[in-house]
Structure formats: structure tokens, C-alpha cells
Design a binder for this molecule. Sequence first.
Ligand SMILES: Nc1ncnc2c1ncn2[C@@H]1O[C@H](COP(=O)(O)OP(=O)(O)OP(=O)(O)O)[C@@H](O)[C@H]1O
Length: 253
Amino acid sequence: MNTLYINRIERIERLQGISEQASYYLALPAVRALDKGLALHSPVTILAGENGTGKSTLLEAIAVNYGFNPEGGTRNFNFASAQTHSGLYRDIRLIKGIKRPLDGFFLRAESFYNVATELDRLDEAYPDDLKLNRYYGGKSLHHQSHGESFLALMLNRFSGQGLYLLDEPEAALSPSRQLTLLAQMHHLLEQGSQFIIATHSPILMGYPGAEIFWLDEEGIRPVDYKETEHYILTRKFLNDPKSLLRYLWDEKE
Ligand SMILES: Nc1ncnc2c1ncn2[C@@H]1O[C@H](COP(=O)(O)OP(=O)(O)OP(=O)(O)O)[C@@H](O)[C@H]1O
């Protein structure tokens, strides 16, 4: 039985209310590729590709269309420190599964600080034993390192049967903590969760069974893990850093 919360992403044609801002994201090949629809088949979807190919733009649009705050958080978060999100969420339709998630979080590295600030603000109203931060490791996310707070969130707050949208969660994590994240993901997947992750990490995209979509100037296509540039380049580098670097230095001369 298909238990995904989001099965498919399609672009819809809007005839009115298209802003000037829309010209940049509607021109992205990855966004144009949504005209044909993007079907998701695995509970783990990875969005990968070069910088600037539209991974964050697409993930943000999915999140906002689903009802998450553009800067991140749960669906109950409703703060805005800057209006920088694109209008793409209005140009897509999400084909949802029959079941609704019981939990959810949109985690983005670039605005995680603002999520932490919002949590502290909400917690001002609660006595110590009722503070929300008990779901986030027991202390303010601002009093933990970037990596610690990311992991505290995933380990303590994510409760399963959830839809989790993560934008470059590896940004603050050591390789060993990325493996911890994979282990926690596995646990949450066993409890009926779905993850959509934009990442550059060859560790995270190696989750067995993940469906990897490669975004580039041609659009979006599924790709095998070992065919990703991330896997190939990292492997080459780890096998023989000197010869790869020598090759790059020679190319420059
Ligand atoms: N507000 C904006 N106005 C104009 N162009 C923008 C805006 N936001 C993003 N872009 C452009 O849209 C493109 C896609 O950006 P996006 O952040 O989605 O890429 P990405 O694949 O997530 O990149 P990275 O891997 O570097 O995070 C980039 O070329 C970027 O410069």
C-alpha cells in the first residue's frame, strides 16, 4: 500500500496574479520540468544537483504549499523575519496520499536561527516544566551549537508518522552526526514517515532505497546513487586526494 503523504508534484498554469518575481523561478529548468509532473515512489526523496539549480526553491514551494512556514518550523509556526520566499508554492499542486501526517517539520539550514529565536519567544510564556524546549533537547536551541541544535531537534522533536522536509540538514553536521541523522531517519521511516531532502551530502543521499532526483539545465531526472557527481567525485578524492588535486592544478595552469 502506498503510504506517502505527498505522491506527486505538478505545476499548474496560472493566468492571473503572476508577479515579476515569478520570472526567475518559472525560468528554472527544474520548475519547467514540473509541467510533466514529478511522481515520488519512495518515502525518501533526495533533491540533488549543482548550486543554483533550484533545489531549495522547489523544496520551499512544496513546504509552503503544504502549509509550513517559509522560514521553517512546524505547521503551527507563523513568524516571518523576512519575506524572501518565492511565489512558486502558488504555481504547484501537490497530489497527497489518503493518510495525513501526524507530525511535520520544515527544516532549513539558512533560517534555522530564526526558528530557534521563535521557539525562545514562545517559551517566554511558559513555566520551566512546560517549556516547548523540552521537545528540543531541554534547552534553548540558541544555547547549543548549530550541529547540536539540529540534531536535538531531529532526535527529540520528530515523533514519527511525519512529513519532514529538510534543506541541507548536513550543513552543520560532522560525518559521524550525519550517520546519526540517517539512523534517526531510519527509525522515523519505520514509523511511517516521509522525507524530502535537498542535499549535497554524499552520506545522506546514500540512504538505501532513497529516490534521488538530479536537477540541472535539462530539468529533473531520477539518478542512481553511484552515478551522482557527489558520489563519483568524493570517491575519487578519498581514493587519491593528491592526484585529483594535481589534475585540477594542472588544468588551471
Ligand atoms: N529571490 C530571488 N530572486 C531572483 N533569483 C533568485 C531568488 N532566489 C533564488 N534565485 C535564483 O534561483 C536559482 C535557484 O536557487 P536555489 O536557492 O533554489 O538553488 P539551489 O539548487 O538550492 O542552490 P544551492 O545548492 O546553492 O543551495 C539560483 O540561480 C538563484 O540565484
